[in-house]
Design a binder for this molecule. Structure first.
Ligand SMILES: [Zn+2]
Ligand SMILES: [Zn+2]
Length: 413
């Protein structure tokens, strides 16, 4: 989830051609290795970048008119709005949106809880679609393919992070261009997210959905999945590790599945009693109420790594005490700040407190392929587009098990 899009609209000049290069050939090389996190090791040799791919408009294309569920401001409920996507370019994919997950970040965004939202906004960044048209220079997708889009709609393509395939760390301006606001780099039209019926994006930012995946369960992999998978891979979690996953919601339930699939022994920490047993169904060996100080004390100095997915401020000091020496607590995603962290809990065991947000495009593909291989999908509840506000309310009441996914075929005109 991005924390870097607040100035997108100011850094992207309408109509100004991008001078960026893309690194699809590099990403392709990374995918071939099956190791998105090893990108840095190949970046020095894989420098055969293509020239800019997503800036040229097709001569005969017209802007795509479609509809979205939009926040007009931070106070009023979402409502249907006519929107225009950019005219598909030579390297663009036009896809019919089939499903889109509802992430807690969508709620933060439409309520402007991070303070940088721009309106009107169509949120939604866990997008599954089917290709309906491809530009003349698109080489990796064809009409009818199932495709995915996550948080990253665009990036500069030429900074050191983009060259390594780590577009989520793009160093240009305010960072990568998000799926929910800002403008296309190069052509300048406004970007809208996935609570919509049609999307137009560059081939370089389009992901292949592996054959046979359940599409609605695959949607949350594009944010909840990559957000939890990437830190587990970065900290090299595997067999023999003990991992804590805090917060068993959209992110956390994926974190449990991934940590288990990677070979770790998982302890789930939840505030919700009914999730104790369910966490074990998801793959946890143990599950405790993390507000239970006695239960937490029994876990002291036992965990190698904690993935803390709670999207609100909370006291992590009891959780830090469950880490072994040199252990790390990582808060992935853009949570509100930890307001009270005990430095003592960090220094006495040389523990680390870390952050992480999504992953690069290559790693998005990696997690999709990992999910296909290990038969992992999100646990989802399908809703209609006009039920997104209800889904937000249910999310706050911790009633969702574990991700609401909008089915666009249920759109009522
Ligand atoms: Zn998200
Ligand atoms: Zn960049």
């Amino acid at each position: 989830m991005s924390s870097k899009d607040k100035h997108d609209e100011t850094i992207l000049t309408a109509g100004k051609p991008s001078t960026g290069v893309t690194r699809r050939s590099l990403v392709g090389a990374a995918l071939a290795t099956g190791a998105g996190l090893a990108l840095s090791s190949i970046s020095a040799t894989a420098k055969t970048f293509e020239s800019s791919t997503h800036t040229a408009k097709g001569a005969s294309s017209s802007p795509i008119k479609t509809i979205g569920y939009a926040a007009m401001d931070a106070k009023t409920p979402l409502r249907q709005m006519n929107i225009e996507r950019r005219a598909p370019g030579l390297k663009d994919i036009e896809a019919e949106i089939l499903y889109c997950g509802v992430c807690h970040s969508d709620l933060h965004l439409v309520r402007n809880e991070w303070g940088w939202s721009t309106f009107p906004m169509v949120a939604g960044h866990e997008i599954i679609g089917r290709v309906v048209k491809v530009g003349a220079h698109v080489s990796k997708f064809k009409v009818g393919d199932y495709v995915g889009y996550g948080c990253i709609a665009d990036s500069c393509g030429h900074c050191s992070s983009c060259q390594k395939g780590e577009e989520h760390h793009c160093e240009d301006g305010a960072g990568y261009t998000s799926q929910w606001q800002g403008n296309y780099r190069g052509t300048g039209e406004k970007i809208y997210g996935g609570f919509s019926k049609i999307i137009v994006l560059g081939e370089d930012y389009t992901l292949k959905i592996p054959d046979g995946m359940d599409l609605k369960s695959a949607a949350p992999i594009l944010c909840a999945g990559i957000t939890t998978y990437s830190p587990l891979r970065h900290w090299k979690i595997g067999i023999g590790h003990k991992v804590g996953v805090v917060g068993i919601g959209g992110l956390g339930h994926m974190g449990v599945k991934f940590a288990k699939a990677l070979g770790a022994e998982v302890t789930a920490f939840t505030t919700t009693p009914w999730k104790l047993d369910d966490a074990k169904r998801l793959g946890a060996t143990d599950a405790v109420l993390w507000s239970d100080k006695v239960a937490l004390a029994k876990k002291a100095n036992s965990l190698d790594f904690i993935l803390d997915t709670i999207p609100e401020d909370h006291d992590i000091n009891g959780l830090l005490a469950t880490l072994r020496a040199y252990g790390t607590l990582c808060g992935p995603g853009n949570i509100l700040n930890y307001s009270n962290v005990s430095n003592t809990q960090l220094v006495i065991k040389r523990r680390s407190l870390a952050g992480s947000q999504i992953g690069g495009i290559a790693e998005h593909q990696e997690v999709l392929d990992f999910c296909a291989k290990h038969k992992i999908g999100a646990d989802v509840q399908v809703i209609a587009p006009n039920e997104i506000e209800t889904a937000f309310d249910r999310m706050m009441k911790r009633e969702i098990k574990y991700r609401s996914v909008v089915d666009m075929s249920l759109w009522k005109a």
